[in-house]
Design a protein around this ligand. Structure first.
Ligand SMILES: Cc1ncc(COP(=O)(O)O)c(C=O)c1O
Length: 421
């Protein structure tokens, strides 16, 4: 391996996913070694002046936003927000105008995921990162197991490891570009999966580990709305709205099973100290009234409701998942055909349909490539900042037009030819 950066460490208490000769250590377990021989050369050419390459207008995508979150917001949604603004923005979140938007979000999510009888949709402020803390207080009873295969899955494991009221978590790690599978284990009361690891572009199926009795908690932040799943396979599917739901960040949403609600009632009602802002039951109570416990960002709620309804009108999750799969397929097929590129994720079954990661040959400076694209209005194709690979990372969320992804590949080819000159 030649791509680990020496100057970064993905870490949290007891869990690190890092460079400098070691990688993906979970709870003290060292799982990989990285050669760093050509890192100085890789970093050196990042300092070269940017080649002046102008991509012809006819090659450019209609919309240049390919970031993995915050991600492209549809122009129609922004126009609808502007039209609604005089009676919506700057009005009370306790009144019907805003509560009706929250109600549309809750019923839209229930419809999109076809949630079973008894499951509930909750939301609150703080994003998926806050939900990890909520889970540590309100969903994990004593010991969790984590499939840790990138920055975000490692962060939840770190949150559990740092919680003084919990036992040390069981952290399963796998080499970057792959994912581990959860293993039913005695004493584990919560299994933490990540439907799509945004930092690496690795996805996993959401399935209950066979024979497991614990709750299944799934981070769906970048998958939700762009990847299908069986709602009976999880107890909490939580996400932020700045990915497939094409809104802004700052909010968490969670689909909760009756078992998850019952667990919270037992833990919160059973005397465990829970900070008020992390109280899942309080959030659920507010959500049932189509409110949030404290003040939400109204524009985010509006954009989320708009995107949800757009996806539902187009055909729901089957439609959006097929669209994202088609868009990412364009990229993976292009990378496989290219002499200079290859999909980062070796196993096609683990290749994300919503965040495609493409590695480049050492002859190509992917940093310069992303910079040239940016200078031409094609934004946020850089790899996850701590991954440090010679790579592009491209979101293929439902709002992104497959034709724009096709155009992007032509632009990359155009720049590659000129960078080689
Ligand atoms: C998979 C995953 N989980 C969690 C998060 C954290 O979400 P937020 O920044 O909204 O708290 C992210 C953010 O990109 C993510 O991609």
């Amino acid at each position: 391996m030649s791509w680990w950066r020496t100057d970064v460490a993905w870490s949290g208490a007891g869990v690190a996913w890092s460079g400098a000769g070691m990688a993906w250590s979970g709870a003290g377990v060292l799982v990989g070694l990285a050669g760093a021989a050509d890192i100085p050369a890789m970093l050196a050419h990042m300092t070269q002046p940017l080649p002046a390459i102008a991509i012809p207008a006819e090659l450019l995508p209609g919309d240049g936003r390919f970031g993995s979150g915050p991600s492209k917001v549809r122009a129609d949604a922004v126009a609808a927000l502007a039209a609604a603004a005089p009676t919506y923005l700057g009005t009370s979140h306790r009144q019907q105008r805003v509560r009706s938007v929250v109600g549309r979000i809750r019923s839209g999510i229930a419809e999109l995921f076809r949630i079973p009888e008894g499951y509930e949709v909750a939301l609150g402020n703080g994003g998926a990162s806050t939900f990890w803390d909520i889970a540590v207080f309100c969903l994990v009873e004593a010991r969790s197991q984590h499939c840790s295969f990138g920055e975000f899955s490692a962060r939840f494991a770190a949150a559990a490891a740092a919680a003084p009221h919990l036992e040390a978590p069981d952290v399963l790690v796998s080499p970057p570009g792959s994912h581990p599978l959860p293993v039913a284990t005695d004493g584990i009361d919560a299994y933490a999966l990540t439907h799509n690891e945004t930092s690496t572009g690795v996805c996993m199926d959401v399935v209950r580990p066979s024979g497991a009795e614990g709750l299944v908690l799934v981070d769906g932040t970048s998958a939700a709305g762009g990847m299908a799943l069986d709602p009976l396979a999880f107890d909490a599917y939580y996400f932020s709205p700045q990915k497939c739901f094409a809104a802004d960040g700052g909010l968490w949403l969670a689909v909760l099973s009756p078992a998850a609600v019952e667990r919270s009632e037992r833990l919160v009602g059973g005397g465990r100290y829970v900070p008020g802002s992390l109280d899942l039951l309080a959030a659920l109570e507010s959500s049932r009234k189509d409110q949030t416990t404290n003040t939400p960002a109204l524009a985010t709620l509006f954009l989320l409701a708009n995107q949800l309804e757009w996806i539902l009108e187009q055909g729901g999750l089957a439609w959006s998942a097929a669209r994202s799969a088609a868009s990412s397929g364009i990229l993976y097929d292009w990378a496989e055909r290219s002499a200079l590129a290859a999909p980062f994720v070796a196993d096609p079954a683990m290749r994300s349909p919503v965040v495609a990661t493409v590695d480049f040959d050492d002859a190509v400076d992917a940093g310069a490539l992303a910079a040239v694209l940016r200078a031409n209005g094609i934004l946020d194709t850089e790899p996850y900042r701590k991954l440090g690979r010679n790579q592009l990372r491209i979101a293929t969320f439902p709002a992104i037009e497959p034709a724009d992804v096709e155009a992007l590949t032509a632009c990359i080819d155009y720049v590659l030819e000129r960078l080689a000159d």
